[in-house]
Write a protein that binds this ligand. Structure first.
Ligand code: GLU
Length: 449
């Protein structure tokens, strides 16, 4: 059996880090088992579905390294959905009901007042053909409900273990609206069958749909897939994420210069038995985490943890992995520059600032006190003729011996004069890149300011 999973967003907004959690659990599950990943756009709502969101979701997934094996749109499969609905009608599993929303609400209130479960009473089933005809002559269009077998439905959830829902406690779900459009349930099952989906992995907000969907798979003669419902990402205060969580959309995280793998690691590892640690690619992440490691409690996360995780990831990112990005950003200095400066980065784009500091033509403006000015002037005189990795040690060693300065007093005026900053990367490996001429110019400028 080839594992086939699907990620099925509705293209009605941008996807956020919580949606990425679902996409990644699917991706990692399938790829670990040599399986396929289907990207299915649940775009049956023509009013709210937008082409721009389809493109954005595709791009966001590609940014994180997810490249679907197959992409489908539900809107292109309407005839299959119609055929399935007709089959259900023929089997008497799909029946017309005429209650208005107001009537249903009144029934519900009455049931609650009588302390009965608010389950649809199937009144529509006992309408005669004449009664139905009269309602339709009056202008009532039916919506269509799926007749549930009122039995217990069980499945062995890949995350939550053995689950059982008594279908008698559920209302027969509406599959087709009065205007003929489908709610999500039927197209989802029809497409899962057609695409050979073997594992449905999604958020636990869908647990309640699963019993109905299992009955639908069976009614339509499809193979019932395995199900796994993972916990949902919530903010620290316990709030869920929604399409309105703009700041946590993948697009805005990307615009903040965060690394896709930092976002991916947080999205997946939070709320599992594994520490939230950086991993450099999805293959590495795939070896770490599987659905059985997901905990049952909500996955509370703090978006403020992202920069620290991003920094950790950059701190051991090899030069070979960023060579092209550095070239694109106009940053030179090769391996030595990257390996020295990566320790000071929170986000990758900051590398261009450091490149400007080390190799730019603008010399910093600094104001030193008299002693430091003399010291820096002497440092200019003692600067070795040829700069290499050992020059810093030799240079500061000579200055230390001559001036008796040590520690901060020795290093800070040099750092300030050379970079204009009080903090920054180790200077020793950067001297050769900065070059003697630029250094002399900056030391002289600081000495005379
Ligand atoms: N389009 C549905 C959603 O976004 C898919 C749910 C599912 O995975 O079955 O919630």
């Amino acid at each position: 059996m080839t594992v086939t999973v699907r990620f099925a967003p509705s293209p009605t907004g941008l996807i956020h880090i919580g949606n990425l959690r679902t996409a990644l659990f699917n991706w990692l599950y399938a790829k670990r088992r040599g399986g396929n990943f289907v990207l299915r756009f649940d775009d049956t709502d023509p009013e709210r579905s937008r082409e721009e969101y389809i493109a954005a979701i595709r791009d966001d997934l590609a940014w994180t390294g997810i490249v679907p094996d197959i992409e489908v749109r539900q809107s292109e499969r309407a005839s299959e959905h119609d055929a399935a609905a007709d089959r259900l009608r023929e089997m008497d599993r799909l029946y017309p009901a005429y209650e208005t929303a107001g009537e249903l609400e009144r029934k519900r209130k009455l049931q609650l007042a009588r302390r009965q479960p608010p389950v649809y009473d199937r009144a529509a089933l006992s309408l005669s053909a004449d009664e139905r005809a009269t309602l339709e002559v009056d202008g009532r269009q039916p919506h269509w409900r799926f007749l549930l077998d009122q039995e217990a439905v069980g499945w062995d959830d890949l995350v939550r273990g053995s689950q059982e829902i008594d279908a008698a406690s559920l209302s027969d779900p509406v599959l087709v609206r009065a205007d003929g459009s489908y709610l999500y349930t039927l197209p989802s099952v029809v497409d899962d069958i057609a695409l050979g989906v073997t594992h449905v992995i999604r958020g636990e907000d869908h647990v309640a749909n699963t019993a109905v969907q299992i009955e639908l798979f069976q009614a339509l003669g499809g193979e019932v897939p395995a199900f796994g419902h993972h916990n949902l990402l919530t903010t620290i205060s316990g709030e869920g994420l929604s399409k309105r969580s703009g700041a946590l959309s993948l697009q805005s995280l990307r615009e903040r210069g965060l690394e896709p793998m930092a976002v991916a690691c947080l999205a997946v590892l939070i709320g599992t038995s594994h520490p939230v640690a950086p991993h450099h690619d999805l293959d590495a992440l795939q070896d770490v985490v599987d659905l059985g490691d997901v905990s049952r409690a909500p996955a509370k996360f703090d978006p403020d943890d992202l920069p620290a995780l991003n920094a950790k990831l950059l701190h051991d990112t090899a030069y070979g992995d960023v060579r092209d990005r550095l070239a694109e950003a106009g940053v030179g200095g090769g391996d030595a520059f990257w390996t020295t400066v990566r320790q000071n980065l929170t986000t990758f784009p900051e590398i261009t600032d450091w490149w400007a500091v080390v190799s730019g033509e603008a010399d910093p403006d600094v104001t030193l006190d008299d002693d430091d000015r003399c010291f820096v002037a002497r440092a200019a005189e003692l600067l070795p003729a040829d700069l290499d990795a050992t020059s810093w040690g030799a240079w500061t060693g000579a200055l230390k011996a001559e001036t008796d300065r040590k520690g901060k007093a020795l290093f800070m005026p040099l750092r300030l004069a050379l970079t204009g900053r009080t903090h920054g990367p180790d200077l020793a490996p950067l001297l050769a890149i900065m070059g003697r001429e630029r250094m002399l110019r900056r030391l002289t400028k600081a000495a005379s300011a």
